[in-house]
Design a binder for this molecule. Structure first.
Ligand SMILES: [Fe+2]
Length: 146
C-alpha cells in the first residue's frame, strides 16, 4: 500500500467515527466516551506518524515548506480542540457543538491534504518511494501505539 492509500484509509476511519458519534443513540451500545476516545487515539497516532515521516520528507522540497507549515498548524489546532473536548462534560450541548466544529476542522484538513499535499508529493516522490513510505508509515504507527 502506498503512502496515499495508507493516509486515505486513516482519514476514512476517522470520518466514519465522526459519523457514528453524530447520530444518537448508538445502536451498537458504544457510548460517546468510547467513540470519542477512539477518535482521539486515531487522530493523534495518525498526525504523529504523518508528521514524522511524510511531512518531514516532503518539506525538504522547494515550495512545500509553506503548505506543510500550515498543515502542521492544523494538527496542533486539532489536538488543542481534542484536549478541550476531553475536559468538558460529554453530555452537554457545548461538547456536541465543539465536536461538530472539530469534525469540520478535520474534514477541511483532510480535503486540503488529499488534494494539495498529495498532488505536491506525487510530483516529488516516485511510486517506489511512495510504496516505501506507506510501509514506514504503518510501522511508525504500530510502534507508537505500543
Ligand atoms: Fe494531516
Amino acid at each position: 500500500m502506498d503512502i496515499y492509500d495508507a493516509l486515505k484509509n486513516d482519514h476514512q476511519e476517522v470520518k466514519n467515527l465522526f459519523d457514528e458519534l453524530e447520530q444518537p443513540p448508538h445502536m451498537n451500545g458504544e457510548s460517546r466516551d468510547e467513540i470519542f476516545t477512539k477518535i482521539k487515539t486515531a487522530l493523534v497516532s495518525h498526525s504523529e506518524a504523518e508528521e514524522a515521516m511524510f511531512y518531514t520528507q516532503l518539506r525538504q522540497y522547494e515550495g512545500a515548506e509553506k503548505k506543510i507549515e500550515l498543515a502542521v498548524n492544523e494538527h496542533t489546532q486539532v489536538s488543542r480542540t481534542l484536549e478541550v473536548l476531553d475536559s468538558i462534560d460529554k453530555k452537554s450541548g457545548t461538547w456536541l457543538n465543539k465536536l461538530m466544529s472539530l469534525s469540520d476542522e478535520v474534514q477541511h484538513h483532510i480535503n486540503e491534504e488529499e488534494k494539495e499535499i498529495f498532488e505536491m508529493a506525487r510530483h516529488v516522490f516516485s511510486q517506489q518511494q511512495a510504496q516505501e513510505m506507506g510501509k514506514q508509515f504503518q510501522e511508525t504507527k504500530i510502534q507508537r501505539k505500543t
